[in-house]
Design a protein around this ligand. Structure first.
Ligand SMILES: [Fe+2]
Ligand SMILES: [Fe+2]
Length: 471
């Protein structure tokens, strides 16, 4: 097992020092990454931030915490430990040893999967770059930057694979990952949700809840990959990703908690005048982020994804816990479909319905968040509840892309949708209001009025810790 080399220019546990060519290639990509970070990363000037840095992949000691200038963050390459006996768990190659090299026949597909995953990582940094200017507390500011540096590290993870296993084409793709930009007219990011802006902190919490969670499920399928270096990379990324989920989950918790508090204290639903975010506005943000994240899973059926599965490139969520033959050649699945213009379902081969399978796992997970937010409302003695909108609501990808539906799944004509969508999606008025609340709070231990403080600080530190030193 290669130990972590933290003293190197590029910290890594992949034995980079023994592969001069690769090391040189990555060291020449590094300045491009840093200049991308400087020009497209966080805009708020800071001296240092209390950050977690990955230094190893094992046990408790995998990360260290300390105040570091962000540009000096040690973006490294860390793969989970190799299991020399690992065997492919599904598809046509099931039972064969996992691949340590890229099989020529699957090269193009694997490269594509890695590029798509890699593209989302810097995209979210770009989307979130201006949020520091309106952070509700130093604690939140630190969490934002933590998410940002780790998405940067996830880019490194994918770039490592491209450089190490995909030759010249891989190096070119690694360069492109820094040239596409979120929301750019000429060279946008590959996936739609990653070209939306994240203009305020409610959006940020919703993004880290719903869109980072999509990332968790995508990584989960790649973790099953027969291509072992990809599997091990994703396994370790998932470890970091857990913190991003926590930021989203508890972020929305705290917004709901504060709103509920203000509702109860003032005995009113009209909390905007009291500087809190009204529940219907929270619901609209939820509707938006959930529906655009559902689109990230692609169409209900996909022969590409069926082929990826059969080839062993991409598995199912928790593949090894599934109690079936892991081939799926004889199975079927009901998928959402538009039948004679109606929202319905149809039976397809399980293999072609794999996007649906993954989307359903994701939806079940999202329901958990809604449940906890509703518990906060219930505990405050309030009758209102949040909900996940219908799967056909506001979709731009898949079976329902061509129709409009209300959050309860009622089909609408285009003109009905136009007339009513402002009830369900954030309007300009809603966004302007939310933005008006986004005044920065940079004093230690203080917090903006629209969000409750967290229950716990970071790494055992109190809420009023000096998480960030501004420049
Ligand atoms: Fe990530
Ligand atoms: Fe993330």
């Amino acid at each position: 097992m290669t130990r972590s080399d933290y003293a190197e220019k590029i910290p890594n546990n992949v034995g980079l020092a023994e592969d001069r060519r690769l090391q040189r290639a990555l060291e020449s990509w590094q300045p491009d990454f840093l200049s991308w970070w400087e020009s497209m990363g966080p805009t708020l000037p800071t001296q240092d931030v209390y950050l977690r840095t990955a230094i190893d992949v094992r046990g408790e000691g995998w990360a260290q915490f300390g105040h570091v200038p962000m540009i000096d963050y040690r973006w490294g390459i860390f793969l989970a430990d190799k299991n020399p006996d690992r065997r492919i768990a599904f598809g046509a190659h099931m039972g064969e040893p996992a691949w340590q090299k890229v099989p020529g026949e699957y090269r193009a597909e694997l490269q594509r999967l890695i590029v798509i995953q890699g593209d989302t990582e810097p995209a979210s940094v770009e989307q979130q770059r201006n949020l520091g200017a309106t952070a509700p507390s130093l604690y939140d500011l630190r969490n934002l930057f933590q998410v940002n540096v780790e998405e940067g590290r996830h880019l490194w993870a994918m770039v490592y694979l491209l450089h190490a296993y995909f030759g010249r084409e891989g190096r070119e793709e690694a360069g492109e990952l820094l040239h596409r930009n979120s929301g750019s007219e000429d060279s946008p990011r590959i996936l739609g949700a990653f070209n939306e802006e994240t203009p305020d902190w409610l959006s940020f919490y919703m993004f880290t809840y719903f869109t980072d969670r999509d990332g968790k499920y995508q990584l989960g399928t790649l973790k099953e990959s027969a291509f072992d270096p990809l599997s091990r990379t994703c396994e370790f990324m998932l470890k970091e990703e857990a913190h991003h989920m926590m930021v989203g989950t508890t972020g929305v918790d705290r917004v709901v908690e504060r709103t509920a508090q203000v509702m109860v204290e003032n005995d009113t639903d009209e909390v905007a005048a009291h500087g809190a975010i009204p529940l219907p506005v929270i619901q609209k943000y939820l509707n938006f982020h959930y529906s655009v994240s559902l689109d990230l899973f692609g169409g209900e059926t996909s022969t590409n994804v069926a082929n990826y599965y059969t080839a062993g490139l991409k598995g199912r969520w928790l593949e090894e816990r599934r109690k079936d033959d892991h081939q799926l050649t004889d199975d079927s699945i009901m998928v959402d479909a538009l039948i004679d213009g109606d929202i319905s379902q149809t039976e397809v081969m399980a293999l072609t319905g794999l996007n649906t399978d993954l989307r359903r796992e994701y939806i079940a997970d999202c329901a958990g968040g809604v449940k906890r937010w509703n518990r906060i409302l219930a505990d405050a003695g309030l009758p209102q509840r949040l909900y996940l909108p219908h799967i056909a609501f506001n979709r731009r990808v898949g079976a329902f892309a061509g129709i409009e539906a209300s959050p309860s799944g009622e089909q609408l004509t285009a003109s009905e949708w136009e007339a009513r969508k402002g009830q369900w999606l954030p309007t300009d008025t809603d966004k302007t209001f939310v933005r008006s609340l986004m005044q920065p709070v940079y004093q230690r231990g203080k917090i903006a009025a629209w969000v409750a403080p967290p229950r716990n600080g970071i790494n055992g530190q109190p809420f009023d810790y000096d998480y960030v030193h501004l420049a």
